[in-house]
Ligand binder design. Sequence first.
Ligand SMILES: *Cc1c(COP(=O)(O)O)cnc(C)c1O
Length: 395
Amino acid sequence: MSPRIPLSVPTVGARERDALIAAVESGWIAPAGPQLDAFEARAAQLAGRDRAVAVSSGTAALHLALLVAGVRPGDVVVCPTLTFIASASSIVLAQATPMFVDSDETGSIDPALVDRALGEIGDSGRRVGAVLAVDLYGKVADHDRLQSIADAHGVPLVVDAAESLGATDAQGRRAGSAGLVSAFSFNGNKIATASSGGAVLTDDPALADRARHLATQAREPVLHYEHREIGFNYRLSNILAALGLAQLEQLDDFIAARRSHRAQYRALAEELPGLEILGGADRGDNCWMSSVLIDPEVAGTDAKAVQALLAEDGIESRPVFAPMHGQPVFADAERYPRLLNGVADRLYRTGLSLPSSPASSPEDISEVCERIRVILRTAAPRASAARPVASGDRL
Ligand SMILES: *Cc1c(COP(=O)(O)O)cnc(C)c1O
């Protein structure tokens, strides 16, 4: 049964339908055509970049971003442990090894730990291919700091901006604008979707050309199908680009709706002890996903229990990403190095992502808030009995 108030679903309607029909009727049904060109131009503009190469997924975009940034087989690539699997799997696809680095309190990769990790890899004699930073849940990470650390170690910064399309950092710079190369995703669960899709973004035309070449089977620009290396079949269909373009026209509305949901959750967090918004203060966050942290000592209940109670009411919520260093596929700590401070594990244990869809109304979100209010108020007396000083901590 689908939930009454879903976690995060795209808003797709007549505009998308019309765009798809027009693309089909135009005859441009391959991964080439006017919609694809326009989609790339729009993606580049949104990132404040000179060039964008549209591809079939965000994972493909990250894979190519790492390759054109110069990551080679056997390299180590520093990446956050608190992220979606594609940040790490794209490193493995590039035949490099991810090194998982923990978060600061906002959930983003901890820059001080990145510095230490780069030092440690250097000491081990292995080559560092890149630092891969991630804009978690639509908050642009501190790329100034990460860039200067990467520069000091002589390695490129690559940015996974899959979740931050349309956001800005504290200085008003656009998501996707930082680093040598960055990547967007237009997967069905993202803030704007092409059903499936991604984009490689850069200001360097040579890197963009290289990404485009690798995405089209590394086919040489001659008629007779010549290949000097192995590439990938990663280009985005013109039809999906048409869908993506229709979505991008509405991006501001999608962001406004998600920000409005965030404001409601923030008011709730200010009211209830033991509840806090993951990520801290909003800068130019696109608020793609609103997640809260529930401190069981103060709230008297935990994220898992709240998730189950919300589900009974048809309200979908989900744990935040399970950190990469705890994933079965990366269990071998010798093979997949890590530098941890415990923050990602704590955010995972206490975090809960809440309904964030643009189509949800303020009344829907009020209902979610009211349900959480009742759950926490019912649980709180137990908490204050167990720890009498707790109830006054945040008042
Ligand atoms: C969604 C996502 C990706 C991958 O994008 P796809 O289009 O699903 O392949 C990469 N990184 C992060 C952080 C994501 O959320």
